[in-house]
Ligand binder design. Structure first.
Ligand code: FAD
Length: 607
């Protein structure tokens, strides 16, 4: 079973992505060039990623005393990815990019996430370089971003510290000006950084010639104190190896030291590191302190980082989605081949009858259909959000602004919904395989372990819930929520005209009204602690309503298509979602609307 027909249906039949080439930025593209990019990525993912997914899980990165050692397969996969040009896919032609729409880029990257999310492709490097293209100086773009886009160097995002994860305002890494002439460096105002960064993905390896760390740190005030809160946070480029203004390595190692590798539950193909900045292991000019170049304005570091968050979070959602999809395909394949049990006939079971394959049991079909509804629904959502990114970047001004606002509201869902429900899909995949699913002889347990990360990084589930209910649905006087409601309502109206879909249109309309009422009820007292105590159930209900909308919208297109097995599959997955999933929102919204304080009021000693 292949992912490609589903991607093609969503990209072309549903989103009409080929129309994007009517825009000036994408004028050189056509349905053929989009297909060629997908072909290339599908091929590299099949040859260089998929065969090694288990290997990178079992041969974890290790430190040999000098360097971090990764399997050769990881080096080969990274090289093939960089050579494909995908690191700079979205960039301008004149810097070697393809000017590819983000929608197509995201779809093409889906192949790698499905084949081996653990090896990783270019999400961090591209995110890092994109940030520099937006906020860096000309020299920073030329030296750091372009070398990342070419694959010569790779990038990291160093936000978290041992004591500052969700709460970045508590970052303790300090940056002080490096001498009197610190502002005169060609690569940007030069600082010395000291501090520890925890959980840094791809923080140390030999895959590339250099590593460009983007580090959040605070510049102390005149009294040497760190400014409390996020206002004091600045952003710095800290290369692992020092470079000159032409981008050549100087031969000097920067004062960034690997303090240790973290040993993870999953996603083991990518190193995860504790990095010590400025501890003096590699002094520069006789002094301890990692050299870092300020990006943008001092004190605006978090804003620069947040600029990249939408795409990073769509990337996380896509990774979760594709793990869900991988588990779905693996368990479907297994269920088609595993004989077990007998059909229940009118007179019960006949022990003399031959065994049936488990795909013939209604409960196994339920588990497969749930996975299909979660993973394919999530894929549609991610591509829809990616299409909004393109609209935001290249649409006419009003449409671009609408896309920006819609993305604000939808991004917490794009990140969190697949993280929760495609993880559930992976759990169901294990269940379909029974005892074999729980062994390491089959891939599904690894998919679950790899996917378990996604509710944790890029803002935990709890933080995403608070972002949605505490900020996104309220921002600009609720305009984003209204816009989203308008789009959902438009789908409801179209589906109401279709006798087969009208019943679902009605259910979606009701769900939308319930979410709206719950949003108001949560904030009825205006007390944030009361409203936000049930932010996660709110996000679950919101997410399920969004997914019901996405499925109904997809069904409208599928319904008009030829009578194929794929059409039946899509329409049945949509029905599954409306019959088995959407009704769950009632329970979630009940505690939100009543501002239920059962959890918030539980005394600590009573646990
Ligand atoms: C494999 C992996 C890779 C990572 N890669 C990177 C990376 O490349 N760069 C980077 O900077 N970081 C990275 N991280 C760090 C990740 O972003 C953090 O783990 C995450 O932000 C959570 O921080 P924490 O682990 O300190 O948990 P905490 O913030 O301590 O949270 C623990 C629990 O408490 C809850 N909680 C915390 N605060 C609140 C609150 N105010 N209200 C309600 N609930 C709350 C959380 O939701 C969570 O459930 C990575 C983490 C992992 C595991």
């Amino acid at each position: 079973m292949s992912l490609r027909p589903t991607l093609d249906f969503l990209l072309h039949d549903w989103l009409g992505v080929e129309n994007l080439n009517q825009r000036e930025r994408f004028a050189d593209h056509s349905a053929e060039t989009f297909a060629a990019v997908l072909d290339t990525c599908e091929c590299i993912a099949r040859d260089k990623y998929a065969p090694f997914n288990r290997l990178v899980d079992t041969q974890e990165p290790h430190f040999d005393g000098e360097k971090v050692v990764l399997p050769q397969a990881t080096h080969d996969a990274h090289k093939a990815y960089a050579e494909s040009g995908m690191l700079s896919a979205a960039q301008d032609h004149d810097i070697g990019g393809m000017q590819l729409p983000y929608t197509v880029e995201a779809a093409a990257n889906a192949f790698f996430a499905m084949a081996s999310v653990s090896i990783g492709s270019g999400m961090l490097t591209t995110g890092n370089a994109n940030l520099l293209m937006k906020h860096g100086s000309e020299a920073q773009k030329q030296v750091f971003a372009l070398n990342e886009f070419s694959g010569r160097w790779s990038g990291t995002m160093c936000l978290s510290e041992p004591q500052a994860g969700s709460s970045l305002s508590d970052v303790l890494t300090r940056a002080v000006p490096d001498g009197e002439a610190f502002e005169a460096d060609a690569l940007g105002p030069r600082y010395r950084l000291k501090g520890n960064k925890m959980w840094i993905s791809a923080g140390e390896h030999e895959l590339t010639e250099n590593i460009v760390h983007l580090v959040l740190a605070k510049i102390p005030d005149a009294n040497g104190q760190l400014v409390p809160g996020t206002r004091g946070i600045s952003l710095f480029i800290v290369p692992k190896k020092m470079v000159d203004a032409q981008g050549q390595l100087t031969g000097v190692r920067n004062d960034v030291a690997l303090a240790g590798l973290n040993h993870k539950c999953g996603w083991r193909g990518t190193t995860n590191t504790l990095l010590n900045f400025g501890e003096g292991r590699y002094p520069i000019d006789g002094q301890a302190g990692a050299v870092g170049y300020l990006v943008g304005q001092a004190g605006k570091g978090l804003q620069c980082m947040f600029h990249m968050m939408n795409e990073a979070r769509i990337g996380v959602g896509m990774a979760a989605t594709m793990l869900g999809m991988a588990g779905y395909h693996a368990s479907l394949d297994y269920a088609r081949n595993r004989p077990q049990g007998r059909a229940v006939g009118p007179a019960g079971k006949d022990p003399a009858a031959p065994q049936v394959r488990i795909i013939e049991h209604a409960d196994v079909k339920r588990m497969l259909l749930a996975q299909k509804a979660y993973a394919e629904g999530a894929l549609a959502l991610e591509l829809y959000c990616a299409r909004l990114v393109d609209e935001h970047h290249t649409g006419a001004s009003e449409a671009a602004d609408e896309a920006r606002l819609l993305l604000e509201v939808l991004t917490p869902i794009a990140k969190s919904w697949p993280s929760e429900w495609c993880l559930e899909a992976n759990s169901l995949a294990i269940q379909v395989l029974g005892g074999y699913g729980y062994t390491r002889d089959f891939p599904v347990e690894q998919y679950w372990r790899d996917n378990r990360l996604n509710m944790i990084h890029e803002g935990t589930h709890g933080i995403q819930g608070m972002d949605l209910l505490g900020r996104k649905v309220l921002m600009e006087n609720g305009k984003g929520l209204l816009l989203l409601a308008g789009r959902i309502q438009a789908t409801v109206e179209r589906a109401t005209q279709n006798p087969e879909l009208a019943v679902h249109a009605h259910a979606l309309g009701e769900a939308l009204a319930q979410v709206g009422a719950a949003t108001e009820a949560a904030w009825a007292t205006g007390v944030p602690a009361e409203a936000l105590a049930n932010a996660v159930p709110y996000m679950q209900a919101f997410g399920h309503t969004v997914l019901a909308w996405i499925w109904l919208d997809v069904a409208l297109v599928a319904h008009g298509g030829a009578d194929t097995a794929a059409r039946t599959g899509r329409l049945t997955a949509m029905r599954y979602f409306f019959h088995y999933e959407l009704p769950k929102i009632g329970a979630w919204l009940a505690v939100v609307s009543s501002r239920d304080a059962t959890c918030a009021d539980m005394p600590e000693e009573a646990f």
